[in-house]
Ligand binder design. Structure first.
Ligand code: MG
Length: 313
């Protein structure tokens, strides 16, 4: 039976037996933090996540330091973390120069970032929807040639602040282009957190219809409108078994108007533990990590589970 410290275990039909959690806190989370965090804290954060059992930890980004000063120390982070055998530490790479830096830092997995909408492609990448692949294709192909697996992120898959609802067929087109050029994994992102579960099931179904295997599809939800876990469950019911999450809900201040918080990893683990779905992650170690980081950042932790566990002891 459950308690205030752990959920009751009751399974449900049509769900995967295990889920691979793709932890994005050190990259997606910290990238959106205003206050600069020193390298020591980043390394300690990643090492704690490794120890907590996370199988994939997106560690940093090799983008221009003037664009994302928070992650300017990517090379130091990669050289100082304790790489746990079997754990993957992907890094975000926007272009050829970023790939050079990632390879020099001995990164063995990379990710590229595409857009599902034209407005966001223009604003974030300086490209149109039609020609953004010209930016990624050389990077992906060179990485694949080096035996470096590539994940393709797709932003604004369900809604876009400038364009409104996004046609899922447009999302499928971008996903197909990324897979065709060599991405082994894709992650469909609800960047502004507006999706609801029916949309999620619809998109996953269309992706599968387009020939993309369920094992290649990850989902990336934001809790801005409180839908992240409901959307995750819809994705699991549709056969997805890779879920992105950010420890502590890092990546959007819950007290700012622009809150765009990632799904918190510990909130996800609580649900998966309750459903009896294996993740390999130790919830207690994870909560201790997010509580530690929030204290170091000098503000409350955004995750509901971390808040509940702290106040129930
Ligand atoms: Mg995110």
């Amino acid at each position: 039976m459950g308690s205030r410290q752990s959920p009751a275990l009751v399974g449900a039909a049509n769900l995967p037996s295990s889920v691979r959690i793709w932890e994005v806190g050190p990259r997606d989370g910290l990238q959106n933090e205003q206050q600069i965090i020193d390298t020591d804290h980043k390394v300690a954060f990643i090492d704690r996540l490794s120890a907590a059992g996370l199988p994939v930890i997106e560690a940093t980004s090799f983008v221009r330091a003037d664009r994302i000063p928070q992650l300017a120390d990517g090379a130091q982070v990669m050289s100082r973390i304790a790489r746990k055998p079997g754990v993957r530490y992907p890094v975000l790479v926007p272009n050829d120069r970023g790939l050079d830096a990632a390879v020099a830092a001995d990164a063995r997995d990379i990710a590229v970032f595409a857009s599902a909408t034209n407005t966001f492609a223009e604003r974030n990448l300086g490209r149109t929807l039609a020609n953004q692949m010209e930016m990624f294709t050389p990077v992906v192909q060179r990485a694949v040639g080096l035996d470096i697996p590539v994940r393709g992120y797709i932003s604004m898959c369900f809604g876009d602040p400038w364009e409104g609802k996004v046609d899922p067929r447009q999302v499928v087109d971008v996903c197909r282009q990324l897979v065709d050029v060599g991405c082994g994994d894709i992650s469909v992102g609800d960047t502004i957190g507006v999706a609801t579960p029916g949309q999620v099931g619809e998109l996953i179904g269309l992706l599968v219809d387009s020939g993309i295997g369920l094992g290649s599809i990850g989902v990336h939800f934001h809790d801005t409108y409180g839908q992240a876990l409901a959307n995750t469950l819809a994705a699991l019911q549709a056969g997805v078994s890779t879920v992105d999450a950010s420890t502590g809900g890092l990546g959007g201040c819950p007290y700012a108007e622009s809150a765009t918080g990632n799904l918190a990893t510990e909130d996800l683990v609580w649900m998966l533990d309750g459903l009896g779905i294996q993740t390999g992650v130790d919830l207690g170690a994870l909560v201790a990590t997010s509580t530690w980081l929030a204290r170091e950042l000098g503000r409350p932790v955004a995750s509901r589970v971390a808040q509940a566990l702290r106040t129930s002891t």
